[in-house]
Design a protein around this ligand. Structure first.
Ligand SMILES: NC(=O)c1ccc[n+]([C@@H]2O[C@H](COP(=O)([O-])OP(=O)(O)OC[C@H]3O[C@@H](n4cnc5c(N)ncnc54)[C@H](OP(=O)(O)O)[C@@H]3O)[C@@H](O)[C@H]2O)c1
Length: 316
């Protein structure tokens, strides 16, 4: 049976935090979840872009005439700055707690080598380390039976974790760095699932990928290098091959809301070369299930960010 947005169950009373929700997949997921009744916290690095997106979410709901919709608020979060990440709970309000779903969605792809405020290679820093630190900072605020959905990419399959040169200081390839960060997303999602199970904490952690979706992701790299040719090529490729961003959001929506989701699983589009189509459970690369690499990455990530996961049974 084909799973669509109509299958998203009612979300009334649920609190859902989505990183990078002002654009692309995060934005499309936010629209559906608010329409279904959730209170969605859009965690965005620009308050202006976030507020504009929140306005668009409210307008889209008014157009549907939905009467049981939830609400949407914007909170500042810059994943390229650990201070912004670890102070994020201070910007949440009582109504934002406890959190039922954390969607680690924000991302950057294929950019020239840049660093975060803390000196991490930026793709690894934003896509993985920022989300690692955010999840650790919020873990005690997650409700019983909460879900953590981490958005990876099919590109994880060509990823390797270069523990000797995590930040690309010796040698940097923009696609290798992206693939490394997306493999890190999955190693993290599965390791988190094992750790919450060991600690007997009732949280479900899963990985997803959106296939190939038409969003702003593909234009960021060309914008930074001012490459007009690459910008046009990316736009043309999106127009021909990509599915709409709303369809790219389906695996995230499935992982965040479907009743049969199990921890440690991976969801993505089940159609043409897993680039498009309705969501289904999939297997990620062999490397993504490497427990030793996952444990090592976890330890390095905790050391680099200074964030330890409490995983107390009596959380908030
Ligand atoms: N689109 C695809 O085909 C595709 C394929 C595979 C995987 N993915 C994954 O899907 C996820 C969502 O990407 P998308 O396609 O929706 O791209 P997008 O439209 O570019 O959205 C990315 C979001 O991440 C935010 N972001 C970037 N840097 C940030 C930072 N330092 N702190 C907080 N937020 C930050 C962006 O904010 P600004 O608007 O302020 O820059 C934007 O809201 C990413 O993890 C990506 O790797 C996408």
């Amino acid at each position: 049976m084909v799973w669509t947005v109509d299958d998203v169950p009612p979300q009334t009373g649920r609190r859902i935090v989505i990183t990078g929700a002002n654009s692309g997949i995060g934005f499309e997921a936010a629209k559906v979840l608010v329409r279904k009744g959730a209170r969605v916290v859009m965690a965005c690095r620009s308050l202006d872009r976030g507020e504009a997106a929140a306005k668009a979410v409210r307008a889209s709901i008014r157009n549907t005439g939905e009467t049981n919709a939830g609400d949407v608020v914007v909170r500042r979060l810059d994943l390229a700055d650990l201070e912004s990440v670890t102070s994020f709970p201070k910007r949440l309000e009582l109504d934002d707690y406890p959190i039922d779903v954390l969607v680690n969605n924000a991302g950057i792809m294929g950019i020239p080598r840049r660093e975060t405020e803390d000196g991490f290679e930026r793709q690894f820093g934003v896509n993985h380390l920022g989300h690692f630190a955010l999840t650790g900072t919020l873990v005690d605020s997650l409700d019983d039976d909460a879900r953590v959905v981490t958005v990876s990419s099919g590109m994880h399959e060509r990823g390797e974790i270069d523990f000797e040169d995590l930040h690309g200081e010796e040698s940097y390839g923009k696609w290798d760095a992206y693939a490394q960060s997306k493999l890190a997303n999955l190693l993290f999602a599965y390791e988190l699932d094992r750790r919450v199970e060991d600690a007997e904490v009732d949280i479900t952690s899963v990985g997803v990928h959106p296939g190939y979706a038409d969003t702003s992701l593909q234009s960021r790299g060309p914008e930074m290098t001012d490459s007009a040719v690459r910008k046009v090529m990316m736009r043309a490729a999106n127009a021909v091959f990509a599915q709409p961003a709303a369809d790219g959001a389906l695996p995230t929506l499935y992982a965040a809301t479907a009743s049969d989701v199990q921890g440690g699983e991976y969801y993505g589009p089940g159609g043409f070369f897993t680039m498009r189509g309705p969501p289904e459970r999939q297997r990620s690369s062999e490397r993504s299930y490497d427990r030793e690499a996952a444990r090592r990455l976890w330890e390095v990530s905790a050391e680099l960010t200074g964030v330890e996961f409490g995983l107390r049974e009596n959380r908030r």
